[in-house]
Design a protein around this ligand. Structure first.
Ligand SMILES: O=C(O)CCC(=O)C(=O)O
Ligand SMILES: [Fe+2]
Length: 349
């Protein structure tokens, strides 16, 4: 089941890339140097988005010290007794914020025979209780653990840095689609963001028996900025590939992957690639994905440049927030929010 990939970082005219060789298959996961300007990166980003929907970035602007502080805080929070973690359980929060207990999430409901072997925590964009935005589903204040000084400050500082990086990536993506650089900005004035500290148990996965650290899925929205503790386990299955490929862990880089809403916007020109996490090391693993999604009420519909009379839109338009709620309620046992309104195009991929 596991790909036996040989990894090698090779320089090329289009920038460094990691070459994964597995028998007859060679896959290039590019590493983009964000010290370069967007115009020089545009075509290479386009190629990566059209083929694997995953790439790495270096010189990303998030201070190393801040990232390592975020990981220390995660270790500290997840090592608290379960009663303390349950005091901030997402099951008690109407806006999907707070702690999600072990095996509470099942990303691949079809193949899994048990919940994913992880616990997690959702931190959304902080919306004050007196803001009119609280009338929207998924909008409200965060749950913050009591007596854990440093957690909130660190996570908020990290979110602010990773939003700056996400905006930069949306600019790159717009340019790669031949759109004005700031084209997506109009849909991210009140973004649905989720920082999701994750802690995987040491339990080995067994895909054949439906046991996963994180079951197969594609991410739901625009893009994901993923940091890990370096423990392997993340695998992708790109378009046209019938096996799982390990994503390399390269210090100092983030993994960026595209989500379903961008795939819908681009009518499958850009790929939201299926991925999963399998525990192959029998050790614990920590990861820190940040999900950057359009405003709740954004109508995501095929870009005019991505369809034509002979290539009509493949998806019905969907509403960003409703799409997310559909996904959360399908995968989280404790999801406390109302079910999504019935609407054409909501939910299904
Ligand atoms: O933990 C990881 O490496 C990836 C997690 C992931 O794919 C997700 O939470 O969507
Ligand atoms: Fe994911």
């Amino acid at each position: 089941m596991m790909a036996t990939a040989v990894e090698q970082v090779v320089p090329s005219a289009m920038g460094d890339k990691v070459v994964l060789k597995d028998a007859d298959l060679t896959l290039h996961v590019p590493i983009f140097d964000l010290a370069e300007d967007n115009e020089s990166l545009r075509m290479a980003v386009r190629e990566a988005c059209k083929t694997i929907g995953f790439f790495l970035v270096k010189n990303h602007g998030v201070p190393e010290e801040l990232l390592s502080r975020a990981f220390s805080e995660m270790r500290r929070f997840f090592s608290l007794p379960i009663e303390r973690k349950m005091q901030v359980a997402a099951s008690t929060n109407a806006n999907n914020r707070g702690y999600t207990r072990w095996a509470e999430e099942t990303l691949d409901v079809e193949k899994s025979t048990q919940g994913d072997t992880k616990e997690g925590y959702y931190i959304g964009r902080e919306v004050p209780p007196d803001s009119p935005e609280t009338s929207l589903p998924l909008h409200g204040p965060n749950m913050w653990p009591a007596d854990l000084p440093g957690w909130r400050e660190t996570m908020e500082e990290y979110v602010s840095a990773v939003i700056t990086l996400s905006v930069r990536i949306t600019h790159l993506l717009a340019m790669a689609l031949d759109l004005p650089e700031d084209w997506f900005d109009q849909y991210f004035t009140r973004p649905l963001t989720a920082l999701r500290p994750l802690h995987y148990s040491a339990e080995l996965s067994d895909p054949a028996k439906g046991k996963f650290a994180a079951g197969e899925h594609s991410d739901y929205g625009m893009l994901t900025v993923l940091a890990t503790d370096g423990t392997p386990g993340l695998q992708i299955k790109p378009r046209g590939c019938d096996r799982w490929i390990d994503v390399p862990t390269i210090p100092g880089t983030y993994v960026i992957n595209l989500g379903d809403m961008l795939q819908r916007w681009t009518n499958d020109v850009f790929m939201s690639t299926p991925h999963r996490v399998v525990n192959v090391t029998a050790t614990e693993r920590y990861s820190l994905p940040f999900f950057y999604e359009p405003n709740y009420d954004t109508k995501v519909e095929c870009l005019p440049s991505c369809c034509s009379a002979t290539n009509p839109p493949k998806y019905e338009p969907c509403i960003s927030g409703q799409h997310l709620i559909g996904k959360y309620s399908a995968t989280h046992k404790d999801f406390a929010n109302e079910k999504p309104h019935t609407m054409n195009g909501t939910g299904g991929q």
